[in-house]
Design a protein around this ligand. Structure first.
Ligand code: ADP
Ligand code: ADP
Length: 232
């Protein structure tokens, strides 16, 4: 479903340049939960951001369901991006909007009918267990609740893929487990493929089918934890 083919990315600044990704090849099957691990600066964020072209690779292809996103621009790219939701470490919610408004945002941008938006947002809030928080503002929510809002928003356009950039790193261990439980639920019930970045091995142990290990921009291993332990 997701094929990253020979992805390379170099960040150039005034005097020096830094190869953040070096010819990455990675295939993720539909329905998998794959974790990207590696030390800080290994290129995890850059890699995951290449999947939805938030970051444009210098070379290589991002192929999703057989469509090469790296060849698309404008509306055609925007249409494919709707198939990819994303959540972040610091939630990135709109603090001036209610929970309802935050989740409704992607649907509003699509000019979805108001009645359908109300129905869909209620359904999403039910999915993440926040049906009674619709009129609350993000600042009045706990970290775990904020991430639930972000997850509901990421799922608004019914994507097949969810990208998670350190989605539990700002949360305590108990809240982390409950968010991982929700992600696993979403993966199983909605058949959404999940690609996540983490520096926490517990996250990998809890929900990942496979891990990809990055080191200085290179993919140095992929496999299940058991396979990697066997090879190590
Ligand atoms: P990780 O997520 O594994 O911590 P990143 O993908 O954020 O790694 O970064 C990989 C490398 O690329 C780091 O050395 C980082 O400083 C560099 N980098 C990332 N984004 C940029 C950018 N926008 N401009 C310059 N350098 C960047
Ligand atoms: P993370 O640890 O979540 O990867 P970072 O602090 O490395 O976060 O990066 C935060 C943001 O800054 C990202 O969008 C990344 O692309 C960008 N970034 C990272 N390193 C650099 C850098 N050296 N120069 C400019 N932007 C950077």
């Amino acid at each position: 479903m997701i094929q990253l083919q020979n992805i390379s990315k170099t960040f150039r600044q005034k005097k020096n340049s830094h190869k953040a990704l070096d010819t990455i090849n990675l295939t993720i099957e539909k329905g998998e939960i794959v974790g990207v691990i590696g030390s800080s600066g290994a290129g995890k964020s850059t890699l995951i951001r290449c999947v939805n072209l938030l970051e444009q690779p210098d070379s290589g292809s991002v192929v999703i369901n057989g469509i090469n996103l790296t060849l698309l621009k404008g509306k055609a790219l925007a249409a494919q991006r709707k198939n990819i939701g994303m959540i972040f470490q610091h939630f990135n919610l709109l603090s001036s909007g209610t929970v309802f408004e935050n989740v409704a945002l992607p649907l509003k941008l699509e000019k979805t009918d108001k009645v359908i938006i109300r129905q869909r947002v209620n359904e999403l809030l039910h999915l993440v267990g926040l049906e009674n928080k619709a009129e609350e503002y993000p600042n009045n929510l706990s970290g775990g609740q904020k991430q639930r809002v972000a997850i509901a928003r990421a799922l608004a356009n019914s994507p097949q893929i969810l990208l998670c950039d350190e989605a539990t790193s700002a949360l305590d261990p108990v809240t982390t487990q409950s968010i991982l439980q929700l992600l696993q639920d979403i993966n199983r019930r909605l058949h959404i493929t999940i690609l996540l970045i983490t520096h926490e091995m517990d996250v990998v142990r809890t929900i990942c089918d496979r891990v990809a290990v990055l080191d200085h921009g290179k993919l140095v291993a992929t496999g299940s934890l058991e396979e990697l332990a066997g090879n190590g």
